[in-house]
Each structure stands twice: as structure tokens, then as C-alpha cells.
Design a protein around this ligand. Structure first.
Ligand code: COA
Length: 321
């Protein structure tokens, strides 16, 4: 049986664009280095009045409009973020209040850059058990607020944004649409390769992103290729049958290397990293929304989502749109 169905998608970005050239005015870097090593040309950075919740709310409204459903029909909100507005309550509850659909379930999921995959799998599972019939699954981040803007090895890589998906419980329709298979993993031994050096219970500060980039890169290619193969095996789908891969947008070279390892045609990979940089949990739903709205991803297409992030955590999900 197919899993939950995608009814609509939406996304939101802060007003302000920051180019590589602008960053080069304050840290020792260059547009050439950033483009050659990452593919990133610009990122969006939240300004006054823009927070993870305002971006999430805008993306959620866009997804509801795209799906053509009322906010009142949403019984579950799962929001993936590593940059919540407050330590608590969950940012998902702010979204719920803004949309006016109180009374259902709302909570955040923390799995950093693979947060959206974790949130999607959680929502899919809850919908299948009948806890709700419609869900909003959101990835929203303001990573600009946890960057060390003097550390050129991290500050050039990230951006802010949000993406959202309206998901509906499996209806048993014959078209086969829905989530076909998902795999999630974590390896807590890799904590020190990518983490934030602060938190309420350790330092009572928010902290900054710290990363050993080249090591993260190597793990990412191996783990992502492996988890994609697992989902293909689980679902009995061959790599050639995939219409689109919507990966986490960390680095264009990771996307190329993973596609090569799998024998996947590069033109099937949705790439938005040049525009958005790495928006952590927001990157997969943002890219999914871009590729649906520009007409690349169509109803009936077979779409593979995949991501890896701090923890490490990683996962992939195959969806018939
Ligand atoms: N501008 C200019 N030079 C920079 C720089 C910057 N922004 N950042 C690092 N450098 C320098 C380094 O200091 C190093 O200099 P050295 O050779 O004199 O020591 C050189 O560039 C190469 O650095 P290195 O870290 O080996 O480059 P890289 O090719 O591995 O690219 C990353 C660095 C971070 C772009 C890359 O490793 C990466 O994308 N890793 C994965 C990141 C990721 O996916 N994170 C999120 C996972 S969710």
C-alpha cells in the first residue's frame, strides 16, 4: 500500500539576498572560491522581523493554497528545524496559532539538515495510524543566526528559508500516488564533525555552527548513495525509473558525486544550492517546491528525496507525486 499523498507544496525566503561578493567584503574569501568549491552564488538572510516561524508560516500558507485545502483541515504539524524561535515551545505551535488550526498535534523535529526527511516520515507514520487525516510538514531555518560570521569555512555555506508540504493520509486510490518507501539513519559517533558549540543545557548560549567540512563531505557521499540504494531495494524501483532526485542542497560537488556513484543522470537532480545555499531542514522542501512550480516535477512522477546532516543523521524517501 502507498503511504501518505502530497497534496501541495510551498516555500518562503527572506527579503534580503547576500551575494558571495558581499561576503568577501567582510571575510577572507572570494566569489571564485565559493562557486568552485560549493556551487553557491548567493543566499537569503533573514532580517528584522523575519524568524524561523515567520518563514514557516509563509511557506505553510503557500502550501495550503497550492493544495487547495483549508487550514482548519490540518490535524498535524511537524516542523523540522535546528533554529527554533525559542528553546520552547515548539515553533510548530506558533505556526498552528497563526494558521488558526488549534487542537490538533504540533511539534518540532530536530535532525538538522535531514530534519525534513525525519519530519516527513514521522507525519506519514502518524497519518497511517489515523492520528490525523491531513498534515503540514515543514522545514524552516534561520541558520544565519547560528553562524560565526568570522569563520569563512562555515559562514559562506548556509542561508535561511522555509519549505512546506501538505500531506494526506493514504486513501487507497488506484493511481499509486504517495510515499512509497523511506529509510532513516543516525550515527551519534560523528557528533564532532558537525555540531553547534552551545545550547540551553550545556552553555546556556545559542552557540555557533562548527564543521570539519572535508570529512563531512566524504561521509555524505557514502551515506547518501547507500540510503538511496536501500530505498530503491525496499520499493523494487530501479535507478533509471526515478524521474527526479530532490537532494539536500549542501554542495553541488556532493550532488554530482552522489549521482555519479549511483549512475543517475545529472539532469534528473534538482539543484538550487546556487540560489539558496544550504538552508538545512528547509532545503529539500524548498527545492521540491521550486521544481514543482517551474513545471519540472509533474503528477505521477517518481521523486526521490534525500538528505544528510549533523548527528550524523541521514535518510531518503521515494514518492509517487
Ligand atoms: N574561502 C576561501 N578559502 C577557504 C574558504 C573560504 N570560504 N574556506 C576554506 N578555505 C580554504 C581552506 O582554509 C583551505 O586552505 P589551505 O589549503 O591553505 O589549508 C582550502 O580552502 C581548502 O579547504 P578545504 O576545507 O579542504 O576545501 P574543500 O574543497 O573540502 O571545501 C567545503 C570545503 C566545506 C566546501 C567542503 O568540504 C564541503 O562542502 N563539505 C561538506 C559540507 C556539508 O555538506 N555540510 C553540511 C552537511 S549537512
Amino acid at each position: 500500500m502507498s503511504g501518505s499523498r502530497v497534496l501541495g507544496t510551498g516555500s518562503a525566503l527572506p527579503r534580503r539576498v547576500v551575494t558571495n561578493a558581499e561576503l568577501a567584503e567582510t571575510v577572507d574569501t572570494s566569489d571564485e572560491w565559493i562557486v568552485a568549491r560549493t556551487g553557491i552564488r548567493q543566499r537569503y538572510v533573514a532580517g528584522e522581523g523575519e524568524t524561523t516561524s515567520t518563514l514557516a508560516i509563509a511557506a505553510a500558507r503557500a502550501a495550503l493554497a497550492d493544495a487547495g485545502v483549508e487550514a482548519s483541515s490540518i490535524g498535524l504539524i511537524v516542523l523540522a528545524t535546528a533554529t527554533p524561535d525559542n528553546t520552547f515551545p515548539a515553533t510548530a505551535t506558533k505556526v498552528q496559532a497563526a494558521l488558526g488550526c488549534q487542537g490538533g498535534i504540533a511539534f518540532d523535529v530536530a535532525a538538522v539538515c535531514s530534519g525534513f526527511l525525519y519530519a516527513l516520515a514521522t507525519a506519514d507514520s502518524l497519518l497511517k495510524t489515523g492520528m490525523a487525516t491531513r498534515a503540514l510538514v515543514i522545514g524552516a531555518e534561520t541558520f544565519s543566526r547560528i553562524l560565526d560570521w568570522e569563520d569563512r569555512t562555515t559562514c559562506v555555506l548556509f542561508g535561511d528559508g522555509a519549505g512546506a508540504v501538505v500531506l494526506e493520509a493514504p486513501s487507497g486510490e488506484a493511481d499509486g500516488a504517495g510515499i512509497l518507501g523511506t529509510r532513516l539513519h543516525a550515527d551519534g559517533d560523528q557528533h564532532d564533525l558537525l555540531y553547534v558549540d552551545g545550547g540551553p543545557s550545556s552553555t546556556q548560549t545559542v552557540g555557533h555552527v562548527r564543521m570539519r567540512g572535508p570529512e563531512v563531505f566524504r561521509h555524505a557521499v557514502v551515506n547518501l548513495a547507500a540510503v538511496l540504494r536501500e530505498v530503491l531495494e525496499d520499493t523494487g524501483v530501479s535507478v533509471n525509473e526515478i524521474d527526479w532526485v530532490v537532494p539536500h542542497q549542501a554542495n553541488a560537488r556532493i550532488l554530482d558525486a552522489t549521482a555519479r556513484k549511483l549512475g543517475l543522470a545529472p539532469e534528473k537532480v534538482v539543484v538550487t544550492v546556487h540560489d539558496h545555499a544550504n538552508t538545512s531542514a528547509a532545503s529539500v522542501p524548498l527545492a521540491l517546491d521550486v521544481a514543482r512550480k517551474d513545471g519540472r516535477i509533474k503528477p505521477g512522477d517518481l521523486v526521490m528525496l534525500e538528505a544528510m546532516g549533523g548527528g550524523f543523521t541521514w535518510g531518503a524517501s521515494l514518492i509517487r507525486m
